[in-house]
Write a protein of this length. Structure first.
Length: 283
């Protein structure tokens, strides 16, 4: 990446990516897109304590010293001077954070992580708790790749709507995923992002803080890969809005996203940007 430190596993084949990017864009415009190259199923703050019901998550979790089969992951950090909902990092440094919703086809998730690591990038995965329940080995796979893992609720319900009618249940969506992450990784994860999207209402921010997350992680670049008809659509959306400090919202296990990753990562490199975790972006 232009003289920056590169991991030893980065492959030289990425050098031709700029040409491939132009070809993909042109081809996509000509034939209307398509999820070529990859096939697979798609799976399905601040603030004090509020009246969310339930005990604080710290009282519901195993002690920090409990043995974890996957080692110990980093926990949440408070970033003084940054708001309760963080949508981007510093604009004066050539870094961006790719953040992924962790759910769906585990085979596609592994393929995505492999492509990310070949490019020497590190990312943030906001995992759904029920996904980790079904595929607990993915927690280790994410951490072993040098990435960070966070909380995207237990069942991917509409958290804002749930909080309006039942704060206890909304809190439990956050706390249950936090407990699962703690059992698997030794911490509740580095970040919380509500489902289904990046925004957070005041009640949701309050419940997240109660569960131990001082900030909610949003994003300023939405890939819209859930609705994309092909790779060119994802590339145009992301690269058209990407800038220093951007946080990009993507899906870890959608075929179109996995297919787009090599070209997207090559374009990020071509622009002299470095893809880091959200924690590194803010540090």
């Amino acid at each position: 990446m232009g003289g920056r430190e590169r991991p030893v596993h980065r492959r030289d084949a990425l050098g031709a990516g700029a040409v491939l990017l132009a070809s993909a864009l042109a081809a996509g415009c000509a034939r209307g897109g398509g999820e070529a190259g990859v096939r697979g199923g798609d799976g399905a703050v601040r603030g004090g304590d509020g009246a969310g019901g339930g005990a604080p998550v710290s009282s519901l979790l195993p002690p920090a010293s409990s043995p974890s089969p996957y080692g110990s992951a980093a926990g949440p950090r408070r970033f003084p001077g940054w708001p309760g909902v963080i949508t981007h990092g510093p604009r004066d440094r050539p870094r961006i954070a790719l953040t992924f919703e962790g759910r769906g086809d585990p085979g596609l998730a592994r393929a995505a992580l492999t492509r990310i690591e070949r490019a020497g990038a590190r990312v943030t995965v906001l995992a759904v708790g029920s996904w980790l329940e079904a595929h607990p080995e993915l927690a280790r796979r994410i951490l072993d790749g040098g990435h960070e893992i966070g909380n995207h609720t237990e069942h991917h319900r509409d958290l804002a709507a749930l909080a309006e009618r039942d704060e206890h249940s909304a809190y439990e969506e956050i706390a249950a995923c936090a407990r699962r992450l703690r059992r698997l990784t030794g911490s509740i994860g580095t970040w919380f992002r509500p489902s289904p999207g990046p925004g957070a209402t005041a009640p949701v921010r309050r419940l997240a803080a109660r569960a131990g997350y001082p900030h909610v992680l949003g994003y300023d670049v939405e890939s819209r890969d859930h609705a994309a008809t092909g790779v060119p659509a994802v590339l145009r959306k992301v690269t058209g809005e990407l800038r220093h400090g951007s946080v990009v919202g993507l899906s870890l296990a959608r075929p179109v996203t996995v297919a787009a990753l090599p070209l997207l990562l090559t374009e990020i490199d071509r622009r002299g940007l470095r893809a880091v975790t959200a924690t590194e972006l803010l540090s």
